[in-house]
Design a protein around this ligand. Structure first.
Ligand SMILES: Cc1cc2nc3c(=O)[nH]c(=O)nc-3n(C[C@H](O)[C@H](O)[C@H](O)COP(=O)(O)O)c2cc1C
Length: 315
């Protein structure tokens, strides 16, 4: 089956659900290596679109995680600048419910996905990126706001990004990402023109996310102002991202110390990388990266993914 780009679809939650074959207008963000098969399956079971976060395109990791989804309809997400056509084709071999592309030019890959009968969801941070993704043939746009956990180069809070991008791309469905934790966040996003929501940080703090309980509890414990956007963890653990991208994580001694002194960090990078590596080895979550958005402040306990997804309406 070949699918065409979604010019004729509208932007209500009902239309988004129809387009993606889901009951709730909720997408789980493809958090690289954190959103594995278990989380995607749980989100799918609860009526949303579960998406496996294949990030930089490791085929062995993807194979193991897709096996965990046991025949459910789930999507696969890739970091566009970090992958090539082979990685995209490898992902498409699983017949995903959708392909999520973010951070880079999706133009070469949208037709490949469409030829395989797979819808394409493109995450964008600005109106020009939204226009480019629409022109490339994206079926759904995710408007990422500055609150969002993980990487991006957003310029507006999520609700404003939704409004600006909805105005710019007409009838393409736009999904809000950034700081969405609960039903009132959903209502605000839909009022701004969103057809649905994408959840990252709030699903990180669930039983099914692929990280330690200590990392999830750090998210729960985080209060307001305890996240920061930086390139510090990209320098410490690699790979470095293209210019303009930053990643939002929980604050740590690393981010507090180097936020305004990147040259100092670069000046003794090998030693700092070693220290970082040790923190990873002993899962020192006060030092190793925990990507998380500003919504962390509103998360009060680790729970099941189903409990989170069921906060949002069935349509
Ligand atoms: C731990 C983590 C990892 C992420 N990894 C990716 C990724 O690999 N690809 C991607 O498109 N977005 C990634 N993101 C960003 C999400 O797609 C989304 O924009 C963000 O989670 C939404 O904001 P929220 O975290 O406040 O829900 C990640 C986010 C988090 C929290």
């Amino acid at each position: 089956m070949t699918v065409r780009s979604g010019g004729s679809v509208g932007s209500t939650p009902e239309q988004l659900c129809d387009l993606l074959g889901i009951q709730r207008p909720v997408l789980s963000a493809p958090m690289a290596k954190i959103a594995g098969g278990r989380l995607a399956a749980a989100v799918a079971d609860a009526g949303g679109l579960g998406i496996v976060g294949a990030g930089y395109g490791d085929p062995r990791w993807l194979a193991a995680e897709m096996a965990e989804t046991e025949g459910r309809r789930v999507g696969i997400g890739l970091i566009t600048w970090a992958v090539d056509r082979v990685a995209v084709e490898t992902a498409l071999q699983y017949g995903p419910a959708a392909m999520w592309l973010a951070f880079g030019d999706p133009t070469p890959y949208v037709p490949v996905a469409h030829d395989a009968g797979v819808r394409v969801v493109c995450q964008v941070g600005t109106v020009p990126e939204a226009r480019a993704a629409a022109a490339a043939g994206a079926d759904v746009l995710v408007a990422q706001g500055t609150e969002a956990g993980g990487h991006g180069r957003p310029v507006l809070p999520a609700v404003e990004a939704v409004a600006a991008i909805t105005r710019a791309v007409g009838d393409l469905p736009v999904v809000a990402a950034g700081g969405i934790v609960d039903r009132p966040d959903y209502d605000l996003a839909v009022a701004a023109g969103a057809a649905g929501v994408a959840l990252g940080t709030v699903l990180y703090a669930t039983d099914e996310a692929a990280d330690s309980l200590a990392a999830k509890e750090r998210i729960v414990d985080a209060g307001e102002g305890e996240t920061v956007r930086s390139v510090i963890y990209d320098l410490l653990r690699g790979p470095e991202w293209p210019p303009g991208y930053t990643g939002r994580s929980l604050r740590s001694a690393f981010t507090d110390r180097w936020a305004d002194r990147l040259d100092g960090l670069r000046g003794d990078l090998d030693a700092h990388r070693l220290r970082y590596q040790r923190a990873v080895e002993c899962d020192d979550v006060s030092l190793r990266v925990v990507w998380a958005g500003e919504g962390a402040a509103a998360i009060d306990r680790v729970c099941s993914a189903a409990e989170v997804v069921q906060r949002f309406p069935k349509v």
